[in-house]
Structure formats: structure tokens, C-alpha cells
Design a protein around this ligand. Structure first.
Ligand code: GLP
Length: 242
């Protein structure tokens, strides 16, 4: 889906989410969302907050699983994805805090492995993710699944690529403050979700590689070509190389 501006794409994704939440409400079911961070989805979250405030969209039946988090990081740190999600969405809607799941960047090394296993189990216990929102890194990463991530990968600790640390250093005082590790859902976790909406503004080269290039673990987003229900929601700049 190509939109003339990021705003149009953001409203489209927010409306798809709102439709699903309302449909599940009518069926008396919970709606399980997989959520992403980064600059790309900020306007989409703003639109969801608007739909909540002005059009009565309730998040009472919504369960969320975030894709990733830096490791280690304190929840309260401005740069944590925990803070990001509360700042942009959770603090402004009526979601039950016990329905919010974000990988925990505060745990000790000893506890991390079990936490990752538990995270996968919690997704399964919730009935799987109905709709997964994704952004894309310039190197094709989805979540923090950097190039080379296995198609079989699940939630785990990963090393961040240098290019990712440089790109994300804008949020930190300087690059040395960017964590070297992160927790992320795996490629297989993402491939199991029922529907994927990947958003991209600009980033034309990696969008073209992901959509039209070979399916390869070297471009993690290209693996989405094999997902049954995946849409790239992009602006005209992102579509420039297609
Ligand atoms: C970050 C996140 C990804 C995000 C990507 C793009 O590192 N872990 O989930 O999609 O990089 O970020 P941005 O939307 O700011 O370009």
C-alpha cells in the first residue's frame, strides 16, 4: 500500500488496528497486538490515541506484546522501549496494565534465558498475535533481528549491529551509551503472527530489497515475502526503487 505521505499510511494502520479491536470486542474476544517502536510508528500511535479520545475506541480487550527492548536498560530510562510505549500510547488509553508485555531489559544475565522462553509462552497462551506492526532498519532488520538472524529464531538476546547502534545513537548522549545487546522476538515469532503491517517512510533501497529481492536471512525483512498475510505500508519515497 503506497501513500502520498507518512500521515496517510499512519492513519491507515491505526484504522486497521481499530477495526480489529472493535471486531474482537463484538465477538467478546481479546485482541492481541504485536507492537513496534522507533520513529516510524509515532504518528500511528498518536492516531490511536485520537481514536480513543474522540471516537471512543477502547483498549480494554487489548493484549500487547512489544517486539524488542535494549539490554540492559532501566524501564524508566528515557530511551527504553518501555518508556517509549508508555509515552506514546499506554499512558493515554484505557489498556489494563497487566495486558502490556515488553521484554524486560532490567533482568540479570541468569534470568534472561527463562524470560525469553516465558515471553514466547505468554504469546502462545494469549492465542498468538493477531496483528503485528513492524518498522524496518536500514539493514533490513525487523525488531532487533539483524542480518544473519535465523528463520527459526525465537525471543532471545542479540548483539546489535554497529550500524543500528549508530542509527539509534540519536536518542542517547553518544554512541558509547547505546547498549550493545537487545532482547527481541525472533524471526519465527514474527512469522507466526496472523497478519503483519510493516511501515516504512523513505528507506527506498531496503524496501525494494525486502519486497523484490531474494528471500535471505541477510535481509531479515525479505523473509516476510513468505508470510501469508503481510502488507508493506509505505510512502512515495519508500516506493521510489520499486
Ligand atoms: C529500531 C527498532 C526497530 C525499528 C527500526 C527502525 O532499532 N528496534 O523495531 O523498526 O529500528 O527505526 P526507525 O523507525 O526509527 O527508523
Amino acid at each position: 500500500e503506497i501513500f502520498s505521505s507518512p500521515k496517510g499510511g499512519s492513519v491507515f494502520v491505526a484504522n486497521e488496528i481499530a477495526k480489529l479491536i472493535r471486531q474482537k470486542q463484538q465477538e467478546g474476544k481479546s485482541c492481541v497486538l504485536g507492537l513496534a517502536t522507533g520513529s516510524t510508528p509515532i504518528n500511528m500511535y498518536a492516531e490511536l490515541v485520537r481514536l480513543h479520545r474522540e471516537e471512543g475506541l477502547s483498549f480494554k480487550n487489548v493484549i500487547t506484546f512489544n517486539l524488542d527492548e535494549y539490554y540492559p536498560i532501566e524501564k524508566d530510562a528515557f530511551q527504553s522501549y518501555w518508556s517509549f510505549m508508555h509515552r506514546h500510547l499506554f499512558n493515554h488509553v484505557d489498556i489494563d496494565p497487566s495486558n502490556i508485555h515488553i521484554p524486560n531489559g532490567e533482568l540479570s544475565r541468569e534470568d534472561i534465558k527463562q524470560h525469553c522462553l516465558d515471553y514466547e509462552q505468554m504469546i502462545e497462551d494469549a492465542g498468538g498475535i493477531d496483528l503485528q506492526v513492524l518498522g524496518i532498519g536500514n539493514n533490513g532488520h525487523i525488531g532487533f533481528n539483524e542480518p544473519g538472524s535465523s528463520i527459526f529464531s525465537k525471543t532471545r538476546v542479540v548483539n546489535l549491529d554497529n550500524s543500528t547502534r549508530i542509527a539509534n545513537s540519536r536518542e542517547f548522549i553518544n554512541i558509547t551509551k547505546v547498549p550493545r545487546l537487545a532482547l527481541t522476538m525472533g524471526i519465527s515469532t514474527i512469522m507466526k503472527t496472523k497478519r503483519v503491517l510493516l511501515m516504512a517512510w523513505g528507506k527506498a533501497q531496503i524496501v525494494a530489497k525486502s519486497v523484490e529481492g531474494n528471500v535471505t536471512e541477510q535481509v531479515p525483512a525479505s523473509i516476510l515475502q513468505q508470510h501469508d498475510n503481510c502488507t508493506f505500508v509505505i510512502d512515495e519515497f519508500a516506493a521510489a526503487e520499486l
